[in-house]
Write a protein that binds this ligand. Structure first.
Ligand code: C2E
Ligand code: CA
Ligand code: CA
Ligand code: CA
Length: 278
């Protein structure tokens, strides 16, 4: 039994060790990768459920890497946040996203909005609003075409600052979406105190809503709450026609997910739109 016990601990030790090794390696790689421009963005369409038209896209970061196996944003974004590298990385992401948005002027994607995820660390910076204003100006973009996605947890970290920053961003004309809505501890309080234009229903609720009453209740009450506050709802992670039908019946405004399209590189978004228009 003693030997077996040791074996078990060994197993955990090795797994933990690998994880620490990988995270150390990635931490070291990050600054170089940011300088070298190794990152890329993919764009996932958001569909208006009333008419099936594309209303916007969400920019999602990717880190293709030659030797390390696929590094998901769920892994490198928190790492970049913990080292402060999220600041230069976000600068790159915003520049790339807005340049892409500007490149759609006078194309069939003209007027489609761009949603960018805003990390908690950036939300706290006092140069955020000036940076966003400057970027929009430099690309001569209508601020209404930029939507910033903020998670509940990011907003909660520093609620007073978040409210103040979001108000200033909205004065600019930028819109605000609360991301992963319903996953935090005080979603209701947040939805009523944050200046927001949109609630994004977390994909965990969408995944469960057809066979789990609690998830369905979360979806339905989010839509009701949003509409009573006069704001839009976007359902994330829609993968099936049944989910789409359910959301339509509940009056959800927009949807996003593999059922419509995976996140796509910018040149493929134009092609996708060409074959799915209307
Ligand atoms: P998120 O903002 O909640 O993004 C939604 C995630 O769901 C994305 O994962 C997207 O690829 C995935 N997804 C979309 N449709 C479906 C579907 O139908 N089914 C399923 N199962 N998943 C779907 P991704 O790209 O791996 O991003 C993970 C998270 O990393 C994001 O969650 C966001 O929090 C963060 N992230 C990604 N890009 C950025 C970025 O540029 N900046 C910041 N700050 N965070 C980012
Ligand atoms: Ca998001
Ligand atoms: Ca989300
Ligand atoms: Ca998420």
């Amino acid at each position: 039994a003693k030997a077996a016990g040791r074996g078990v601990f060994h197993f955990y030790d090795d797994a933990l060790d690998d994880e620490i090794q990988r995270s150390l390696l990635l931490k070291r790689e990050l600054p170089r990768a940011i300088k070298a421009g190794d990152f890329s963005l993919v764009f996932q369409p958001k569909i208006k459920l009333s008419n099936g038209a594309i209303s916007g896209v969400e920019a999602l970061a990717r880190w293709p890497h030659a030797t390390l196996q696929a590094i998901s944003p769920g892994e490198f974004i928190p790492l970049a946040e913990s080292t402060g590298q999220i600041v230069p990385l976000s600068e790159w992401i915003f520049e790339e996203a807005l340049q892409t948005l500007a490149s759609w002027r006078n194309t069939p994607l003209d007027g489609v909005s761009m949603a960018v995820n805003l990390s908690a660390l950036l939300l706290k910076r006092n140069d955020l609003v000036d940076e966003v204003r400057w970027l929009l100006d430099r690309h001569s973009l209508d601020p209404a075409l930029l939507e910033l996605e903020i998670t509940e947890t990011a907003a909660l970290e520093n609620l007073d600052i978040a409210i103040c920053q979001l108000n200033k961003l909205r004065e600019l004309g930028v819109t605000i979406a609360i991301d992963d809505f319903g996953t935090g501890y005080s979603s209701l309080a947040l939805a009523t105190s944050l200046p927001a234009d949109c609630l994004k229903i977390d994909l965990s609720f969408v995944a469960g809503m057809l066979n789990n009453g609690a998830n369905a209740a979360a979806v339905n009450s989010t839509i009701t709450l949003a509409h009573s506050l006069g704001i839009r709802t976007v359902a994330e992670g829609v993968e099936t026609e049944e989910q789409l039908t359910y959301l339509q019946r509940q009056g959800c405004d927009e949807a996003q997910g593999y059922f419509f399209a995976k996140p796509l590189p910018k040149d493929e978004i134009l092609d996708w739109h060409g074959t799915h228009a209307g």
